[in-house]
Design a protein around this ligand. Structure first.
Ligand code: PMP
Length: 332
């Protein structure tokens, strides 16, 4: 058994401590139980295996990617296990725990300003492209625009959910960045049962919500938020809105409140996007009448965010203390 062979087949648990309408069940797939600690192991393993098969990735070559952290962890893990060099670019808002984990696995980490505009040379995506162009024989996964990203979820995450719950699945709900998870899982589930509803969750400050509802890509929409790994400042080609039925917006406060509930009442210590996903799954659950089953994923663990989401001082310094108000505006 090697590290690749234990990716996927994650447990699916029922969340029972949230208030849901009678007959509505809520399930979460524990993606933080992948060996690299997140849902991204699936996509990276799938893309690298494909590149190896097609001769695009040769022994000892360099893998370059822009990543908010979890893709980097998966690349660093699989590069170490398969003998590749890894160079990862990321915005400076990514937690120190994540950066240190990548360096511990032997990856080289290049930190770029979060505030850099998407078309600027300093933006972490442009930076990865430049390193890739300058490094002979290097391979870039290009996770935002690579159809294999969504295909990884079409071939693994989606089928695993269907195998576990079958036709009982009513809705799949998930936040997204590249869109690989929501696009791949939704496509698979809808192929099995076209009545399955798919809902994308988008942080306030990201462009997807407005794009989906109004067809407008508004740079003024882009604003900082704390939840890591989800939302975007541009449209990823991998995000397939043809399999998405609705997009809901969440705030950091929504996500963090759900994280705290998951930790204290379900015993699940998760990252911010998991909180967002459960917040959204609950919203969807409340729009349904039982019998219904809502499924989501918990993309990564809270261990990487102890100094933020689970630190009372950080929370109150950043406006998430008791009595904090949500700045989400559902009319937008
Ligand atoms: N949650 C976290 C913590 C992530 O790192 C990511 C990937 N950036 C996602 C959710 C979203 O996944 P996807 O890129 O498949 O949309």
């Amino acid at each position: 058994m090697n590290v690749q062979s234990i990716i996927g087949d994650t447990p699916l648990v029922e969340l029972t401590t949230f208030d849901v309408p009678s007959g509505v069940r809520l399930f979460a797939k524990l993606e933080f139980m992948n060996p690299g600690g997140s849902i991204k192991d699936r996509m990276v393993d799938y893309v690298l295996a494909d590149a190896e098969r097609r001769g695009l990735l040769r022994p000892g070559a360099t893998i370059v990617e822009n990543t908010s952290g979890n893709t980097g962890a998966a690349i660093a893990m699989l590069a170490a296990a398969r003998g590749y060099r890894a160079v990862l670019t990321m915005p400076d808002k990514v937690s120190k725990e994540k950066r240190d984990a990548l360096r511990a696995l032997g990856a080289e980490v290049v930190i770029c300003p979060t505030s850099a505009a998407p078309d600027s040379e300093k933006h972490y995506v442009s930076c990865a492209r430049r390193i890739h162009a300058e490094t002979p024989g290097s391979f870039m996964l290009n996770q935002y625009d690579n159809p294999l990203n969504a295909e990884a979820h079409f071939r693994s995450t989606g089928p695993e959910i269907w195998e576990a719950l079958g036709p009982a699945v009513t809705a799949f709900v998930a936040s997204g960045s590249t869109g690989g998870t929501i696009s791949g899982v939704s496509r698979y589930l809808k192929q099995r049962n076209p009545a399955v509803t798919s809902v994308l969750l988008d942080p306030v400050g990201s462009v997807y919500h407005r794009w989906f509802h109004h067809g407008v890509l508004d740079p003024a929409e882009i604003a900082p938020y704390f939840v890591e790994g989800v939302g975007e400042d541009h449209l990823a080609q991998c995000m397939d809105f043809s399999v998405v039925d609705d997009v809901l917006r969440f705030t950091d406060a929504d996500a963090f409140a759900a994280c705290h509930h998951l930790a204290r009442h379900e015993g699940l210590l998760c990252g911010g996007s998991s909180g967002a996903n459960v917040w959204g799954a609950l919203r969807v659950a409340h729009s349904l009448k039982g019998p219904a089953t809502v499924v989501t994923v918990l993309p990564d663990s809270g261990g990487r965010y102890l100094s933020k989401i689970y630190n009372p001082q950080w929370l109150s310094e950043n406006g998430f203390g008791p009595g904090a108000t949500s700045e989400r505006d559902d009319d937008l």
